[in-house]
Design a binder for this molecule. Structure first.
Ligand code: FAD
Ligand code: 2HG
Ligand code: ZN
Length: 525
């Protein structure tokens, strides 16, 4: 990146839209240089784990401006990092070296809303919570919700294929996003901003950009269908003695609450302790129950008929208490209490980061296996002399587990004293292997000798028997970013990775979009 490049950006973008430490080449040219610290917020990620050294941040307001930026970068072979709310947790939203950051923060207008269909069309830089307030005034709600709602952008959500706490009820963005407007790496505007629910005219190109993490272009516009906003909601929080009972509480929630069940989350005791520690003095954050429990389950219902929903919830509560599935429970009596319960769940992520440098893993594993990963990780770290529960001065302070139980999505947070190669290598690739080893393996049904019982097992490619698989994904909802790019093979087969690389090359032949991330390095022959 040279001053001449920055001059060019200053010439195509309005005043204030270019933040660069590089001064204009001519004293008469537009714009002035800024101090390096003005770029800090764009260079560092939310966890303070990843930090780049970009000298130039661009803040376009229109699709045409994004198109001009990318056309120039494509021609000049300048690397670009698209950035939304910079709340990503895998190091995807910040530069690795000195890439140009294209921040979408000023690109934030609502384009239109259809009150009959509930379809919203907006700029990619709209903040999720702002959109939710907008559609709430019209009787609708955004089909996704997450702890970072106050800062993340809808374009960032689409680009990471974000999940969150409404996933159980409203499903994936692959279903609710109806269309996208995307600027391709060479500046071409791909107008796929459809508002149709049904369309079977050829390749569904928008799906490629959902979860592409800025590697194929910049999402500038989003069309998304929003569901009617429920009129009644209730939240119950339970104290549970074992992970087995956590699962039973979930099974009974599905069976008893079915169509009004809107979220089912869980966390362990150390997650709650972190939240309580970091909210001392906040009267709204208290231990929800009188006694401590090893696990907590949060169940939310959303519906339209209070009496109907209350009756169902009452029956569910009766069932879980009578059957001894939960040890204790509390039901929200009003919206404030409901928000307070959600606050506990939604601030675990932040409480971990405040406790210490946090290694965050976000995995999909079958629900029965979910918590085993936390236990196995604790065991491994203890064996390596890095962790002893309750003992101070260990390199690892805490190993906690929480997440979207209803979606089979665990968040394993390992809170350290500092990010060190010793801790990293104790965790990786161990965790990825544990979660995804089987994706490279073939399943066979074999006869267990002498018993006549047929059993599914795995053989590796050379047909040696290997340990049972957990058949998981190394990224359930946060994406790959810089963190997981080299580990993709734990969840995707070689032919899948090769096909992903071909798609990347087709859209971005010069590799300018979010380099070093998402895909493993290609070996040059
Ligand atoms: P960024 O962090 O800015 O970017 C994320 C990725 O998308 C980067 O690769 C970036 O290059 C790319 N990108 C951003 N905007 C665009 C665009 N317009 N076009 C192309 N590429 C783009 N995630 C979940 O899935 N579920 C959760 O429950 C959840 N909870 C969270 C709670 C907290 C407290 C925090 C801090 C994060 C949480 N996250 C969660 C992770 C994060 O918020 C999501 O990944 C979110 O979707 C990222 O949006 P963003 O706008 O901040 O994107
Ligand atoms: C959540 O569900 C987020 O709270 C963040 O996805 C998880 O920080 C994490 O590990
Ligand atoms: Zn999550």
């Amino acid at each position: 990146l040279t001053s001449a490049d920055v001059d060019h950006f200053r010439s195509i973008l309005p005043e204030g839209a270019v933040l660069s430490t590089l001064a204009p080449t001519a004293t008469t040219g537009p714009g002035t240089a800024v101090d390096a610290d003005e770029l800090d917020a764009y260079n560092a990620d939310w966890m303070h784990k990843y930090c780049g050294q970009s000298q130039c941040v661009l803040r376009p307001k229109t699709t045409d401006q994004v198109s001009q930026i990318l056309a120039y970068c494509h021609a000049q072979r300048l690397a670009v990092v698209p950035q939304g709310g910079n709340s990503g947790l895998v190091g995807g939203s910040v530069p690795v070296f000195d890439e140009v950051v294209v921040s979408m923060a000023n690109f934030n207008q609502i384009r239109r809303f259809d009150e009959v269909s509930g379809v919203l069309v907006c700029d990619a830089g709209c903040v999720l919570e702002t959109l939710d307030h907008y559609v709430a005034d019209r009787g609708y709600m955004m089909p996704l919700d997450l702890g970072a709602k106050g800062s993340c952008h809808i374009g960032g959500n689409v680009s990471t294929n974000a999940g969150g706490i409404r996933y159980l009820r409203y499903g994936s963005l692959h279903g609710s996003v109806l269309g996208l407007e995307v600027v391709l790496p060479d500046g071409t505007v791909l107008d796929n901003l459809s508002t149709l629910r049904k369309d079977s005219t050829g390749y569904d190109l928008k799906q490629l950009f959902i979860g592409a993490e800025g590697t194929l272009g910049i999402v500038t516009g989003v069309s998304i269908v929003t569901p009617p906003r429920p009129k009644v909601q209730t939240v119950a929080v339970f104290g549970v003695e074992s992970y087995e009972q956590v699962q039973q509480a979930f099974r009974l929630a599905k069976a008893n609450l079915n169509e009004i069940l809107s979220a089912c989350e869980f966390w362990d005791r150390s997650s709650l302790d972190m939240v309580l520690d970091h909210n001392q003095g906040n009267p709204n954050v208290r231990d929800p129950l009188a006694a401590p429990y090893p696990f907590y389950v949060l169940v939310e219902t959303s519906g339209f008929h209070k009496d109907h929903d209350d009756a169902k919830m009452a029956h569910y509560l009766e069932t879980v208490l009578e059957q001894g599935v939960v040890a204790d429970g509390v039901l929200s009596e009003n919206a404030t209490q409901m928000a307070n319960f959600w606050y506990i769940r939604e601030t675990i992520s932040e409480a971990a980061v405040k406790t210490g440098p946090t290694y965050k893993y976000d995995v999909s594993i079958p629900v029965p296996q979910l918590y085993n990963l936390v236990l196995e990780t604790q065991k491994r770290l203890a064996e390596q002399g890095l962790y002893r529960e309750g003992v101070a001065d260990q390199p690892i302070k805490l190993v906690t587990g929480y997440g979207h139980l209803g979606d089979g999505n665990l968040h394993l947070n390992v809170v350290a004293r500092e990010f060190t190669p010793t801790v990293s290598s104790a965790l990786e690739p161990f965790i990825y292997e544990w979660v995804g080893k089987s994706s490279l393996l073939k399943s066979f049904s074999i006869q267990v000798i002498g018993t006549g019982v047929s059993q599914a097992t795995e053989l590796d490619t050379e047909c040696h028997m290997v340990s049972p698989s957990h058949r998981g994904s190394i990224s359930a909802e946060h994406g790959l970013g810089l963190m997981k790019a080299p580990h993709l093979h734990y969840s995707k087969s070689p032919s899948m990775i090769r096909t992903m690389q071909s798609i990347k090359h087709l859209f971005d032949p010069h590799g300018i979009m979010n380099p070093y991330k998402y895909l493993p390095k290609v070996d040059k022959e």
